[in-house]
Write a protein that binds this ligand. Structure first.
Ligand SMILES: Cc1cc2nc3c(=O)[nH]c(=O)nc-3n(C[C@H](O)[C@H](O)[C@H](O)COP(=O)(O)O)c2cc1C
Length: 186
């Protein structure tokens, strides 16, 4: 019997954050089977940080936010995915997800994955009161607001959702999921 991991894939959503964006790309490119869902903002940010060519060269299937009804979410109803990862997740996307809003491709993917009871891993950028993060060409320090921190906490309380707060936790959550799939757990 084929392993579930052979027949279904990771869905990986990228949002418009520069925080650990390169590290997230490195991690997703190591996965055997993955489709990428791009927010409109990350399409711009990938160009600003000069990562877009690397992602294109990897030959990974990419879905763009170009329809009002988020047409690519239909993939989730076809049982094409075993796991959704949103990494990095901007404070904007996290806030919308927590409020139950699904008006972009990534917020739709989060909502539909939830409704399909898929395991979800979110790497929220704003989980600490002080974040040192790369802007194009330099490092900057930002101070997430209480609303940003609160939304990050709340997304981790959603059904089937694992909140990760740094790259080590994200790597461990993805590794755990791969191991679980290889052992045929759900
Ligand atoms: C270079 C650059 C870096 C950014 N980094 C972050 C970030 O680390 N965290 C964040 O929440 N927003 C960041 N933003 C702002 C988001 O891109 C913006 O809020 C956007 O509306 C998010 O849309 P999305 O959540 O649909 O991707 C950044 C914007 C730019 C131009």
């Amino acid at each position: 019997m084929p392993r579930k991991y052979d027949t279904t894939r990771f869905a990986w959503a990228l949002t418009g954050s520069g925080h650990d964006l390169e590290e997230c790309l490195d991690l997703l490119m190591k996965l055997e089977s993955v489709d990428v869902f791009l927010s409109r903002a990350v399409e711009e940010v990938l160009v600003m940080y000069k990562y877009i060519e690397r992602l294109r060269a990897a030959g990974i299937r990419m879905f763009h936010d170009s329809t009002a009804s988020a047409v690519p979410v239909g993939q989730f109803y076809e049982n094409n995915y075993h796991t959704l990862v949103i990494a990095p997740a901007t404070s904007n996307t996290v806030a919308k997800c927590v409020a139950g809003i699904s008006d972009t491709l990534v917020t739709n993917v989060f909502a539909q994955a939830g409704k399909c009871q898929l395991p979800i891993i979110v790497y929220a950028c704003d989980t600490e009161p002080v974040v040192i993060t790369p802007a194009p060409g330099k490092m900057v320090t930002v101070y997430p607001r209480e609303i940003d921190l609160e939304c990050s906490r709340r997304i981790g309380q959603f059904e089937h959702t694992t909140l990760t707060t740094n790259m080590e936790e994200l790597q461990a959550a993805v590794r755990h999921r791969v191991e679980c799939l290889n052992e045929s757990c759900s």
